[in-house]
Design a protein around this ligand. Structure first.
Ligand code: FAD
Ligand code: FMN
Length: 553
């Protein structure tokens, strides 16, 4: 596969050539290959660049993909005896940027075209700084998902600001989609080429085009065939078990998520259109009109010529509160972005649940003033009629995968965090994996909120599930969470780890996953009689080896 720029060169050449010239070129290329027997086909950074190049790889990540790419790039450099370093953007001191000669950025995009949490302050500080980067050469690899309208936007913004500060762009920005492996490999290969001449031909005039390698991501058309609320009457939660089917064979693995494209409610978009005396409201169906960001609301303040004071609000609420005058419907449309898709961890196994994908979706509820509102996508799924067509895609997650069949696993998944572990257990059950399985589950009440209780107890009876620990926080006066159960079981937990078990956490990022991580560190420190920072290092090593994986949101 060629990069876009090379492919375009080749196409130009072929289009302008006669048949004889093409035949001659074919023979020339065959001879060339024979002589140079494909020694460069696997992209690696050649070691004759070792003398001059000391690349610094800076990555910004939310779910670990960019870190993974950065680590593999680093390993490749090291293999070729090039002194490279890789660092999380959060830990990088921006004042030191001027002193670097070659910086490679791997940056994912989050939210609606935003930087990952850990990279926000780096970008803001860089933008505001007076740094002169004219001695710095750089290349940016953006990681993203082309289902989002602002595809790889953080990479785009970073690339722009580096140029603004005078840095020299070595390669055009590359945008990698969710199946990024091939794009990364091509980027590495292009890097290899420019690094061979590094120092001599770095120029700001290199074409600022962005290249995108097409993604093989497939959109499916399916239907919800079954839907049931997992909570009992009286629960504070409303969590749905949803089964989806498609005429196409749906290809996924345990650990993957499903991407949904929610659409707005008809009465809501009709009300907005009616305010502007517009009858045709369908154009609003897939525009983001919910939870508008501060930035978006500032744009509406300008359009409405008044001050919207909210930090986040729905468009209809804003219109009803501020009653804008002399504004055209088209001007509203021009300010709106498409709705971003939402991901849901898959809770089934294709081995065990033939032709189906299951989800475990909590109806997101929150208060705005005195009003209780629902999240767009979770409500869309909760209300979606059975049997009606629905678009979706599979979001591969190579950072959340079952280990080999004989490896033990510890799964910590309170609330909807149980989803991928139902998939793991079903898969291990049907494939007869020998590894032991330990599940920590938590919710508010045992009788109301024990998701998949019957199945879990069945797995406990049959021995698929070796150990189960539950924490129902509101069944007693003192709240008990999964992290408390981990501390209570410190000895066994540490024994499992010492015997090679892998740890998995899924569910709420804040505060759950941080509290759980803290508990694990404490357990390792206490049981091994080592300092907390030594225990943290052990957990970090486990993470680097892929033995500690998180799928948190
Ligand atoms: C990899 C991954 C896996 C996931 N797996 C699962 C899963 O298995 N199960 C599951 O239930 N979820 C899962 N999620 C979360 C899911 O993707 C959604 O984020 C979640 O359902 C909320 O989306 P929503 O559209 O319903 O809410 P949204 O409409 O996006 O609202 C989200 C939040 O935004 C704020 N907000 C929105 N509108 C306003 C407003 N007008 N004013 C003030 N604040 C506002 C509120 O705090 C609200 O809670 C996962 C996420 C990821 C990234
Ligand atoms: C909540 C959420 C929002 C996202 N928003 C965008 C986006 O606006 N644009 C984009 O290109 N990708 C978006 N993505 C896709 C991620 O950038 C992509 O999954 C990437 O591989 C993540 O890399 P990381 O693990 O290094 O953070 C989003 C992903 C999630 C989970």
């Amino acid at each position: 596969m060629l990069s876009e720029s090379k492919l375009s060169l080749l196409q130009q050449l072929v289009q302008n050539a006669s048949t004889e010239e093409i035949i001659w070129t074919k023979g020339y290329l065959a001879g060339f290959l024979d002589k140079n027997l494909i020694k460069n086909i696997v992209p690696s950074i050649e070691n004759h660049t070792a003398v001059t190049v000391k690349p610094l790889i800076i990555y910004g990540t939310e779910t670990g993909n960019s870190k993974k790419v950065a680590s593999s790039l680093l390993a490749n450099f090291k293999k070729n005896k090039i002194q490279a370093k890789a660092i999380d953007v959060f830990q990088f001191d921006i004042a030191k940027l001027e002193k670097e000669n070659l910086v490679l950025f791997v940056m994912s995009t989050q939210g609606e075209g935003e930087f990952p949490q850990n990279a926000i302050s780096f970008y803001e500080s860089l933008k505001m700084s007076n740094l002169n980067l004219n001695k710095v050469s750089f290349a940016v690899l953006g990681l993203g998902d082309s289902s989002y309208s602002l595809f790889c936007n953080a990479g785009v913004l970073l690339d722009e600001v580096l140029l603004e500060k005078g840095a020299n762009r070595l390669l055009p920005l590359v945008k990698a989609d969710v199946d990024f492996a091939e794009t990364v490999s091509i980027w590495e290969s292009d890097l290899q080429e420019v690094l061979q001449n590094f120092g001599s031909n770095v120029t700001n005039e290199m074409k600022p085009v962005s290249s995108t390698v097409a993604s093989g991501k497939k959109n499916y058309l399916g239907k919800i065939s079954h839907k049931v609320v997992l909570n009992d009457t009286g629960s504070n939660k409303e969590t749905y078990h949803i089964e989806i089917e498609s005429d196409d064979e749906i290809s996924y693995e345990p650990g993957d998520a499903l991407g949904v494209f929610p659409r707005n409610k008809e009465e809501e978009i009709k009300a907005i259109a009616t305010y502007f005396n517009e009858e045709n409201y369908s154009i609003l169906a897939d525009k983001n009109i919910r939870g508008l960001s501060k930035k978006s609301l500032e744009a509406f303040s300008k359009l409405f010529e008044l001050q919207i004071i909210e930090d986040r609000a729905n468009l209809l609420d804003v219109i009803q509160k501020y009653q804008p005058k002399k504004v055209k419907f088209e001007e509203i449309i021009a300010l709106l972005l498409p709705i971003a898709p939402r991901l849901y961890s898959i809770s089934s196994s294709s081995e065990a649940h033939d032709g189906q994908v299951h989800l475990t979706v909590n109806l997101n509820k929150f208060k705005v003033g005195e009003e209780i509102k629902s999240g767009l996508a979770s409500e869309f799924l909760a209300d979606f009629p059975l049997g009606e067509p629905m678009d979706f895609y599979i979001h591969k997650n190579q950072n959340f995968r079952l280990p080999s069949k004989e490896t033990d696993i510890i799964m910590i998944g309170p609330g909807t965090g149980i989803a991928p572990f139902r998939s793991f257990l079903a898969e291990r059950d049907v494939t007869g994996a020998e590894g032991k399985n330990w599940l920590f589950f938590g919710e508010q009440h045992f009788v109301l909120d024990f998701y998949y209780q019957t199945e879990i107890q069945e797995w406990l009876t049959t021995g698929v599930l070796t150990k189960l620990d539950t924490a129902f926080s509101r069944d007693q006066e003192r709240k008990i969470y999964v992290q408390d159960r981990i501390r209570e079981k410190a000895k066994a937990f540490n024994n499992w780890l010492e015997n090679g078990a892998s740890i998995y956490i899924c569910g709420q990022k804040n505060p759950m996953s941080q509290d759980v991580e803290q508990a694990i560190v404490e357990v390792i420190s206490k049981e091994r009689n080592i300092t907390v920072s030594e225990a943290k290092q052990i957990l970090e090593e486990l993470e680097n080896q892929g033995k500690y994986q998180k799928d948190v949101y």
